[in-house]
Design a protein around this ligand. Sequence first.
Ligand code: F6R
Length: 259
Amino acid sequence: MAEVVIVENAAAAGELVAAEIVELIDRRADAVLGLATGSTPLPVYQALRTRLAGRDVSQVRGFALDEYVGLDPAHAESYRSVITRDVVEPLGLDPRRIHVPNGAAETIQHAGDDYETAIEVAGGVDLQILGIGTDGHIGFNEPGSSFASRTRVKTLTEQTREDNARFFDSIDDVPRHCITQGLGTILRARHLVLLAFGEGKAQAVADAVEGPLAAILPGSAIQLHPHATVVVDEAAASRLKLADYYRYTFANKPAWQGI
Ligand code: F6R
């Protein structure tokens, strides 16, 4: 089962996960990070600004989870732009080492395979940061996605388009298609760290951590992973049946273990 860590707030989650990432980079200068976009990982990227300041991060590599199809990469809300703005520039990473799936319509037929190859050539992802959608998606693997899926084009649910409309002028501007790492791709990362904050994510978190393994609950795929950590605030943890046990386990965790 995933290890669940219930923290006071998003900032505390950011510090906890950033500390783990710094430790990873100290162990391995060319660590491969799996990067999520959206609001959830921002406290991690924020905490990394301070924790990585003055360190050599020139070798660090990264792979984003997903990208919209057909959105100009120069658009402010393309995930290429978001990753550049929120991660590459503030952390001083080498942009040539940070990959985002190619959502260009002309090459979309082989963009998924190309991305899988690039991840494989890099030796796989060391630590994958994940958010979770209110409909339970991880990456953009909407309900019904195969647990064995690889990077490919998916159709966004109306719920996801509504959730993401806040980043665009109007919901009509939110693309209908995306290219996303598959659940099978995500499961090959060596460590999964899923974050979620707020009441709106409580059901998705409960389904992912304690629900049955089911394609209709894509987040439940994390139960198949040998090293998955779920970091949530109290509101996002509010529907977890075993919340007290998770608190007890974390409070009694050996200090050497990390997350
Ligand atoms: C983003 C991604 C998505 C988001 C999810 C939650 O790269 O793959 O799974 O993590 O939609 O979005 P926020 O964090 O904005 O609530």
